[in-house]
Write a protein that binds this ligand. Structure first.
Ligand code: G3P
Length: 218
């Protein structure tokens, strides 16, 4: 499973990159809005740090402007993936961009059928938003499971990138579905690789070892 950090915060990316676990970054307009107005600088800094795919979302609205902005976003770095919302008016744009060799991440995907439709366009990544379903009382996990089943039935090339993940437990369940990738906020990533019993176990071993009185030497 590929692991992407869902953030545009350069400090947090710098903090977690050395773990060797981060395969890429997903940004969105909400993340970027917290990092200051020099968006191009933020993205180019992230591109310099992370060799894997960096998703950057279009903010224009008309299909023509979205197409032009998508082309502009591709100039930010060679690993940049253009994120476009799953809305019917953008399907012709996505189709054209894919034919031109642009890597696309279709975002704000909420049904397995939407995922199947965008997979037919040959996009690189499909981002179903699990947590936002849960927020409105619908089981996002089941919809993701159905999406994975459809992917397996039709064996499409697009990768499923589980997004809007809110907790390590949710991530653990998602991992059992065999999704291609997940994007998680840095806080969820940190929680997932730590555990209170690991901390407690380390403290017990330390206390026992210190009784020997030889400090850190073996
Ligand atoms: O970046 C896309 C998605 O992961 C955002 O998640 O937590 O805002 O629903 P969230």
């Amino acid at each position: 499973m590929k692991i992407f950090l869902d953030t545009a915060n350069r400090e947090l990316i710098k903090k977690w990159l050395p773990t060797g676990l981060i395969d890429g970054i997903t940004t969105n307009p909400s993340h970027l809005s917290k990092e200051g107005s020099d968006v191009k600088q933020v993205i180019s800094d992230i591109c310099a740090m992370v060799p894997g795919p960096i998703s950057v979302e279009v903010v224009e609205k008309t299909p023509e402007a979205v197409y032009a902005q998508a082309k502009h976003i591709t100039t930010f770095g060679e690993q940049v993936v253009v994120k476009i919302p799953c809305a019917s008016q953008y399907f012709p744009v996505i189709h054209k961009l894919v034919q031109e060799g642009v890597s696309i991440n279709v975002t704000l995907v909420f049904t397995p059928l939407q995922a199947l439709m965008v997979a037919k366009l040959g996009v690189m990544l499909i981002s179903p938003f699990v947590g936002r379903w849960d927020d409105i009382g619908v089981d996002g996990f089941t919809l993701l499971e159905e999406t994975v089943n459809i992917k397996n039935l039709y064996d499409f090339d697009a990768e499923i990138l589980a997004a809007s993940v809110r907790s390590p437990l949710q991530w653990q369940k998602i991992a059992q579905l065999g999704v291609d990738a997940v994007t998680v906020p840095p806080a969820v990533f940190e929680q997932a690789i730590n555990h209170p019993l690991t901390e407690k176990g380390m403290a017990i071993f330390d206390a026992d070892w210190n009784k020997l009185g030889v400090n850190g030497s073996l």
